[in-house]
Every structure is written in C-alpha cells, then in structure tokens.
Design a protein around this ligand. Structure first.
Ligand SMILES: [Zn+2]
Length: 415
C-alpha cells in the first residue's frame, strides 16, 4: 500500500499530538467538536493547546440533527479568522467531515481525534456534504495525522461501535464483489488492496469478543480495521474495495430516509443488515454446482434498455437520470452480446468464484455477530418496509460500476 499519514492509537493521544505540533511548528489552531465530543475529549485537547500558550479558536456545535451541511459548515467558517491554522477535529464521522471540508476550503491542514469506531472514513479524502439539499461526496483531503485516545473510543456509545463493526465486516462481501467485478467485467483491481480489505473484515470479526467487553486492545483492532479500510479506498482512489453490493442496498435505504425527511439511520447499521442479505446470496451461490449455475444462466433474461429505464424512473425517480447517465453494468447487459460474455466468464471462472465466495461468512454468522453487539439484523428494525427492501435490492445494483453478487443473483433469477 502507499505511504500514509501517521496514526497513533493508545492512551497518550494528547501528548503525542503536542509532540507532533512542536515538531511541525504548529502554533495556531482551530478546534471543532460537538457538545458530546467536547465533553469526552475536546475539552482536554483544548486545555492542552492553551497550556502550551498557543493561539486557539474553537467551535462547539450542537449535536442535535448535526450534519455536514450548509448550516454547520457556515457556523465553522463564521468563527474562523482566515489565519493559517491547524484544524483539529474532535469527533466521529460528521465532525470529521465538517472539518475535512472547511479546512480544505480554507487551505489549512487538519488532524483528527476520532471519538468512536463508528466509520471507516477517518483516513478518507472525500467529505460527504449536503449543500442546498443535495448530498454529494466532495473531494477534499485527508488529515495530516490521527490521534486516537483509545479510552474515549472504548467509552463511546455501544450503538456507534455496533455501527462501525457492521461497516467493517461488510468488507467480506465488498472485497469479494470487487474481485468478481474484475473476473467477470474486467474492472480495475489491485491484489494487495484486496487482501487488506479482507484482512480488515477478518480482524474486526476476530476481535468481537473483546469488543463486547470494550477491551482496549480489541477496540484498537477495530479502529485499525477502520483505518485500513479507509486506506484501501484512498489507495485505489475509489470506494470499490470497501463498498460492494451491500453498500449499494444500504445507500438506497439512506437515500430513502433522506427523501422522506427522516433522520437517524446509522450507516453501519444499514450496511450490516444489507451484508446479511448479500451473505445469503453468497450461501446460495456456494451450494450451486457449475452445471446448475449454467442451467440458471441459460435461462437468464435481462430486460431491454427501454424497459429498464422505465422501471428505474418509476421506482427511484429522484436519482433516475443520474443512474441512467452512469450507464451501469446491468443496463449495458441489455446488449445480448454483453450478457453472453458475462455468462461465459462466470462459467469460465467458476472454480475461482467458488473459492472467493468461501471467504464470505454465512448469513447466520453475520446475524449472530451483529446481535451480540445489539445491532439491527432486519430491515424492519431499521424501519425499512418490505417494499423498500425490494426497491433497494433491484435498483441498488445500478448505483456503481460493480459486478456484485446482487447482479449475479439477478441473472440466477433469485429473489
Ligand atoms: Zn461504509
């Protein structure tokens, strides 16, 4: 993998941060936190900066309905004095994204103090921000260093850890979907990054018993997995290694929440439930012989372009134009020659597909892990209806250029 920013995980995060600032001669700071993360860690970071006699501004945001949106971005800019400063994010996903965006747009570096293992985006260069009601992933920059106070992460609310765990174990399916995309569709791929993505998932799964006890060593392994997953995306300059068919289903649920003006669906919770769905398809795939797969594929029907576009416009009208414009794989397969080529490649690579599929745990295994952490395991627990599940399965596969297990199950004619 590429060289990455220094990351500290342990019980001397603030001391390490001060050492780093002295080495790099940072003397002016802008600390961004929300009221919760300020209470658990930000306060101590701010006091330590002041204790050095350094110049520091701060903006402590209200955590209620906090998003990386026009409102919070403007508040951060409003309290900023346009001087060169090291921005300091103390928080989890949203605070880090707000800081990532505002520091980038004001040409300042930033460091991150993660307060929970809830996301794999700390090391990312992209910030998902909502401006004018539209959510988009905007290219910004990565932190220059990360300082993880492990005690803070251990004491973070259990649902945040559960969400992070759900996102982390989704790398079992995402990495396999990515490899399938290379074998069947010839998509870009990197063996080393693939191994890291799979390693991240395994490391989190192996640490589960310790995570349940909030044991610092196990929580540090979960954090390491999150950083590793983020590096996979950064190194490949694309989310493919860490976001497969399960993420596409989860993304549609997240969009549905947004369209309905609802709040409170955690990314990793949605991804965890969607991983169970993909793991079920993987199980069915493993049970098939090559001859059975061939007979299913011979019966595969992909609707023509006009029929597919009409269905997309009917079921996901708000993103229909964008999806069709992206000319996704399943839409391209309306061309009989491309469908035939995919069918051939699946059968040619059948043994390899089977050995890759063996890396994905059973649905029951994923379900039991999530249950132990108190995470949702059904769409109903996410307050997603059966109809929304169907829509997300059938239209999530148009979201990205990935030959995921979801496309294979479509070809097999499975529900
Ligand atoms: Zn994710």
């Amino acid at each position: 993998m590429n060289d990455h920013m220094p990351i500290y995980v342990g019980d001397k995060a603030i001391e390490e941060f001060l050492k780093f600032c002295k080495e790099k001669e940072y003397k002016k700071f802008y600390l961004i936190a929300d009221e919760n993360t300020y209470r658990v860690l930000g306060d101590r970071v701010l006091t330590a900066i002041k204790g050095q006699g350094w110049d520091v501004l701060s903006q402590i945001l209200n955590p209620e309905h906090l998003h990386a949106d026009d409102f919070s971005l403007t508040r951060v800019f409003a309290a900023y004095d346009a001087q060169p400063r090291l921005f300091v994010a103390v928080g989890s996903g949203t605070i880090t994204d707000i800081t990532r965006f505002t520091s980038h747009r004001s040409r300042n570096p930033f460091v991150s103090f993660p307060t929970a293992a809830s996301v794999d985006a700390y090391t990312s260069k992209n910030a998902p921000v909502t401006v004018g009601g539209l959510k988009g992933s905007i290219y910004c920059h990565a932190p220059v260093s990360i300082f993880t106070d492990i005690a803070t992460v251990c004491e973070s609310p259990r649902f945040l850890t559960a969400s992070g765990f759900g996102d982390s174990i989704s790398k079992f399916t995402s990495s396999t979907d990515w490899k399938f995309s290379q074998l069947i569709w010839g998509c870009g791929f990197d063996d080393d990054i693939y191994r890291h993505a799979l390693h991240a998932a395994r490391q989190s799964a192996d640490a589960l018993q310790g995570i349940l006890r909030s044991d610092p060593e196990s929580m540090a392994r979960l954090m390491d997995s999150q950083f590793e997953s983020g590096f996979c995306m950064a190194d490949f300059a694309n989310s493919a290694p860490a976001s497969g068919g399960e993420h596409h289903i989860a993304h549609l649920w997240e969009m549905m929440y947004h369209w309905e003006g609802r709040d409170g669906l955690f990314h990793g919770h949605a991804v965890g439930v969607a991983t169970i769905i993909e793991a079920e398809w993987y199980e069915r795939l493993r049970a098939l012989s090559r001859a059975e797969a061939e007979s299913l594929l011979n019966k595969a029907v992909v609707p023509d372009r006009a029929a597919q576009i009409k269905a997309i416009e009917t079921h996901v009208p708000l993103i229909a134009e964008e999806l069709v414009h992206g000319n996704p794989i399943y839409l391209q397969m309306a061309d009989p020659a491309l469908l035939e080529r995919s069918r051939q490649r699946i059968l040619e690579h059948w043994d390899e597909i089977q050995s890759l599929a063996a890396n994905v745990p059973t649905a029951e295994q994923v379900r039991s892990w999530l249950k132990l952490l108190g995470a949702p395991t059904t769409a109903a627990e996410l307050e997603i209806t059966a109809e929304q599940v169907e829509t997300a399965k059938n239209y999530g596969l148009y979201l990205r250029e990935r030959f995921s297990m979801n496309i294979i199950r479509k070809l097999f004619g499975w529900e």
